[in-house]
Design a protein around this ligand. Structure first.
Ligand code: C2E
Ligand code: MG
Ligand code: MG
Ligand code: MG
Length: 287
């Protein structure tokens, strides 16, 4: 019986594995054509100050629709782009596009545009110089650009390499680039990284937002609160991700009035829509 079970397992899992491999190969080939084919766009999601309802920043989120096909989710294609190294040229395109839009928004509204950066990009020789060159070319002042990194991108590196990457981030900060630690609280060593990483912003992962209103022990709320207090005591900006309900927003206000990002306010939207939102300030409190 055990032998049969083993055979069944192989029969079940082999085609699945092969399909996954085929799918990755197909995606890779399509991704290679995507940049040349103008298939990428950026959407932007506002970050809202819960005290006054003002938009204080936007996060650039990459969208890919293969020509003649349906949109592919970032969760699907970003990991493939990272594995193949295609994230390097793609990331350069994202930064270029985001900086072009950031100029106008920073001038008129003083907001910062956040760009997600993969470990692969950060480790690439010349990454810091490339970012600075882009800032200069677009005449972006200090504070106009935020780079979002995750703690996990430092996991696979040696201590010496980690030191080098911290040096790259430090140099960027000296030129007015803000550094945000994304998905905070999901890694294994969040606190350890907070001590070593040069950061200006903590983005608290959506799982903590969900925990706010979850049934069950009060401890779930306590975790979110503790992270917010930690962030405040380190004088970091705190952005709470994935705020979907007014109940969550109200609780967050009571807890420490952080900045919030989520579907309650807006999904990621095309650049022209961001201009409209900045002009009409739909969440600004009536004075
Ligand atoms: P992230 O940086 O943590 O971005 C937040 C994700 O949460 C986005 O998903 C956003 O659309 C989604 N989101 C925002 N508000 C809500 C909400 O209220 N509820 C829920 N359920 N989700 C919400 P998206 O756009 O699918 O991106 C997924 C991930 O892909 C990003 O997570 C980021 O890690 C990566 N990514 C996206 N664009 C880029 C890029 O240009 N470069 C790199 N390297 N990674 C990117
Ligand atoms: Mg992000
Ligand atoms: Mg995030
Ligand atoms: Mg997240």
């Amino acid at each position: 019986a055990a032998k049969n079970a083993g055979k069944d397992q192989i029969a079940v899992f082999e085609p699945g594995l092969r399909d996954a491999q085929l799918e990755r190969t197909r995606l890779t080939a399509e991704l290679r054509r995507a940049l040349a084919g103008d298939e990428f766009t950026l959407n932007y999601q506002p970050v809202v100050n819960l005290i006054d309802g003002d938009i204080c920043g936007v996060e650039a989120l990459l969208r890919w629709t293969p020509t003649g096909g349906r949109p592919v989710r970032p969760d699907i294609f970003i990991p493939v782009a990272e594995e193949t190294g295609l994230i390097v040229p793609i990331g350069r395109w994202v930064l270029e596009q985001a900086c072009a839009d950031a100029r106008r928004w920073h001038e008129r509204y003083g907001i910062s545009v956040a760009v997600n950066v993969s470990g692969r990009q950060l480790r690439e020789d010349g990454f810091g110089a490339m970012v600075l060159e882009t800032l200069v070319r677009h005449e972006l002042p200090e504070g106009a650009l935020t780079l979002e990194i995750t703690e996990s991108m430092l996991l696979a590196t040696t201590p010496a390499e980690t030191q080098r990457l911290i040096g790259v981030l430090d140099a960027l900060r000296e030129h007015g680039v803000r550094i945000a630690l994304d998905d905070f609280g999901t890694g294994y060593s969040s606190l350890a990284y907070l001590r070593t990483l040069p950061v200006d912003v903590l983005k608290i992962d959506r799982s903590f937002t969900i925990a706010l209103t979850e049934e069950g022990p009060h401890q779930t709320q306590a975790f979110t609160k503790a992270i917010m207090e930690l962030s405040a005591s380190l004088h970091l900006d705190t952005v709470v991700e994935g705020v979907e309900t007014s109940e969550q927003a109200a609780l967050l206000q009571q807890m420490g009035r952080p900045l919030a990002q989520g579907y309650l306010f807006s999904p990621p939207v095309p650049a022209p829509r961001v201009d409209e939102l900045l002009d009409t300030a739909p969440w600004r409190n009536a004075a």
